[in-house]
Design a protein around this ligand. Structure first.
Ligand SMILES: C=C(OC1C=C(C(=O)O)C=C[C@H]1O)C(=O)O
Length: 277
């Protein structure tokens, strides 16, 4: 049996995509590509054995999961691809309608925390499939984008629109990096196939390291196919990191604590790590 392993089909995972698709790191793995919310759902339904998950989505079924050590989607300050575009300044959003991209989970929660804690705003939220090429055309006051769509919006700004990078907002609020996604394995899979889990982990961790050591080739894979210049892509791959050590775990715990405080999750989960190192 080949384990079913989720993979985020955004540029934020391109160093791993490069290793999986061009360097043979996918061997023995059945790859399932998707946007974060789809992979979160697939994990919840037990359709995948290992997958990246929105860090907030991990908590919803954490009793069925193990977190993989030293693996996450992290940025310390500006992340460039979690962007609130708004017709009004961020401190004037109380009671206003904000659209949230249906691709996400973590950023929804992050935005709610930032608006309440830093700006004392409680808007009305609505989850939707958003089109980055036609942002803010409706009656909404603001819209939240993630991933490649957010990166596009960030690099193609419209006059009269305010843009806020939630990584920067989180850093201003807490002084911490932000862990947007983590990798999880089901406890069932880890118990039944510990060696396979170890192999998958080595491919994922090694895949990121291999991609990070070959950034020019990683960029070559996408330049001309996506609406970003070579330099924009190189800059982005410097901003997103994949290491999760003590500091990032403390930042994650703080995020969970704030989320619990605002009723966005029932309580701060006890995170159990997989034994794969
Ligand atoms: C930095 C990002 O990190 C992510 C944001 C996620 C979320 O908001 O749920 C989930 C996975 C990552 O894709 C991004 O998508 O831009």
């Amino acid at each position: 049996m080949q384990p079913r392993v989720g993979h985020i089909n955004f540029l934020n995972c391109q160093p791993l995509t490069y290793s999986l698709l061009q360097c043979g790191y996918h061997k023995g793995i059945s790859l399932i590509m998707g946007v974060p919310s789809v992979l979160n759902d697939a994990m919840e339904k037990g359709q995948l054995q290992v997958s990246p998950m929105s860090s907030i989505a991990f908590t919803r079924i954490s009793e069925r999961l193990l977190m993989l050590p030293n693996l996450g989607i992290v940025a310390d300050g500006n992340v460039l691809s979690i962007i609130l575009a708004s017709k009004r300044p961020i401190d004037a959003l109380d009671g206003e309608k904000i659209l949230l991209t249906a691709q996400s989970a973590t950023s929804h929660c992050l935005l709610k925390i930032i608006l309440r804690k830093a700006y004392n705003c409680t808007p009305l939220y609505q989850i939707e499939q958003l089109d980055p090429y036609h942002a803010l055309v409706g009656e909404e006051t603001a819209a939240l984008f993630i991933g490649d769509d957010a990166l596009y919006i960030n690099h193609n700004r419209q006059a009269g629109v305010y843009y806020y990078d939630l990584g920067n907002e989180w850093k201003k609020l807490t002084g911490m990096p932000m862990v947007y996604a983590v990798w999880a394995a089901t406890r069932q899979f880890a118990a039944a196939f510990p060696e396979q889990l170890q192999t998958v982990y080595k491919r994922l961790r090694g895949g990121f390291d291999n991609g990070n050591a070959a950034k020019e080739q990683v960029v070559d894979m996408v330049v001309g196919k996506k609406a970003f210049s070579r330099q924009q892509l190189l800059d982005y791959f410097d901003v997103i990191t994949y290491d999760v050590h003590e500091k990032q775990l403390a930042a994650l715990k703080l995020f969970y604590t704030f989320a619990a405080e605002y009723g966005l999750l029932p309580s701060v989960p006890i995170v159990k790590m997989a034994n794969v190192l």
